[in-house]
Design a protein around this ligand. Sequence first.
Ligand SMILES: *Cc1c(COP(=O)(O)O)cnc(C)c1O
Length: 368
Amino acid sequence: MKKINVTRSSMPPYEEYCAEIKDLWDSRWLTNMGQKHEELRIKLQEYLGTGHLELLTNGHMSIEVSLQTLGLSGEVITTPFTFASTTQAIVRNSLTPVFCDIDPVTFCMDPEKIEPLITEKTSAILPVHVYGNVCDVEAIEAIAKKYNLAVVYDAAHTFGVKYEDKSTANFGDVSCFSFHATKVFHSIEGGCACFQNGEFGARLAKLKNFGLAGQESVEEIGTNAKMDEFRAAMGLCNLRYVDGEIAKRKRVVERYRERLENIPGLQLNPVQKNVRQNFAYFPVVFHEEIFGANRNCVMDKLAENCIHARKYFYPLTSEFSCYKGKFEVQETPLAKEISRKVLTLPLYADLDLADVDRVCDIILNCKK
Ligand SMILES: *Cc1c(COP(=O)(O)O)cnc(C)c1O
């Protein structure tokens, strides 16, 4: 039986990548902010329409190093309904995550639940644009202003997403993107931080390169989070195709919607007003009491047919065993409920519509 995974990496034509990396055999400049790195940085800055952009070795390090660059302390209000990276970046900076519940429609942090969590120790808010849905950026900005808090967006899911004609690179103090192989746009591994403040950028650039300020001067306790030339080359190739890839994903999503939209007990991703989507994920929330079958049951049925959907995001990051006893964990009942009910279906640019139909047939056959 044909195996279908939740995602499948986009690739440029083989010859195009080979041509892109050919001059590296002449320059022998393979990493440390070479020519490809600079070219990709400029092209992405233009594509994302942001004032400043720094490339990093992956999306996780873009969050981790951005938090360090801001020089935060104490508590960071964040969401537990996310990938491990978001919370790990906070904890690895010796900061304490404070978990805020989510809006059960957009799956993003509910801004109305932020204020009660603010204490004198709070230094920042770290929201995630979950599944490419845009957070309530205005409400979050208003709270951040009122309490003088930094805002770091985990924008890993929103490459190419625009809110009111502005890309999501433009919100908060910094927005962090992931270019992991499974994302809408990728450089194999990679990521970037987008921001408006040049001083922040200079410090970030230093911290991603061991804190080096010159050959004989190390001013900061930095790390190594540089993007190399081979990844930058993959990014340059993939960037030429990304709009086409998003258009192909749209076709797949439209087919899923046609088949699953009006089925009682199935909750789909919202279509947000004034948002240009990137069709990164297709999550479905299975309300068993209405639909008649639960998430795990549907997942097993799909797996029996070699279709591998994923429980993004289960468990909540606040439930990870590595955090047990390390800090107080807040109750987030809506995030908990969604994490038990949600399944992310296969979605990638060249997924056949016939396969989408097969996935939908299996799901619909689960209902009682
Ligand atoms: C992918 C992802 C990351 C981490 O990105 P990497 O490039 O894999 O390090 C962070 N947050 C979220 C929500 C992600 O989906």
